[in-house]
Design a protein around this ligand. Sequence first.
Ligand code: PRP
Length: 186
Amino acid sequence: MSTVLDRDIERILVSQEEIDRVTTRIAAELDRDYKYSKRFLLLCILKGSVVFMGDLMKKVRVPVEIDFMKVSSYSNGTESTGRINILLDLNRRDLSECDVLVVEDIIDSGRTLSYLTEYLRLNGARSVRTCTLLDKPDRRVVEFVPDYVGREIPDEFVIGYGLDYEERYRTLPFVGVLARSVYAPE
Ligand code: PRP
């Protein structure tokens, strides 16, 4: 690690090796479960999921289409209010033949995926499932159980592999715990 990372990262939570194993495992599960799908759509939720999506889609062997959405959840400073705003939508008129897999980097309160899965079903998707690299079940505000999970993690401030703190650290190849001194300096 460089000196900046030594200072900002408390410890590595999910190593590159573990991420590689997890993406390989999930890709194999998707190959099995979507073998007979006519149109299998991997839907990346920007921005955090872009790194996981990039690795996962290269390992999936069944034919896939890819697309992107961007949503934002409103906060009142520190806490999410639960309202979701769609910033970039799917420009697909017809999802009726699409088996959509929503790809996320992390599930926290559950609000984003709860909203998005309902939205996609209402828009006529043939099926909707969800996949997340990281799951923080302790933080749920709404009940939500993803279909494919890389790893459950404790309620810690994680960054790297797509995840940011104030837009930094997304390009790290591993998931780390951010040092408290970065976001709560004394
Ligand atoms: C993160 C993550 C999910 C959402 C999960 O995105 O990528 O989309 O939060 O939280 P929830 O379960 O409480 O709804 P974020 O809003 O940080 O945007 P980003 O991916 O662009 O960084």
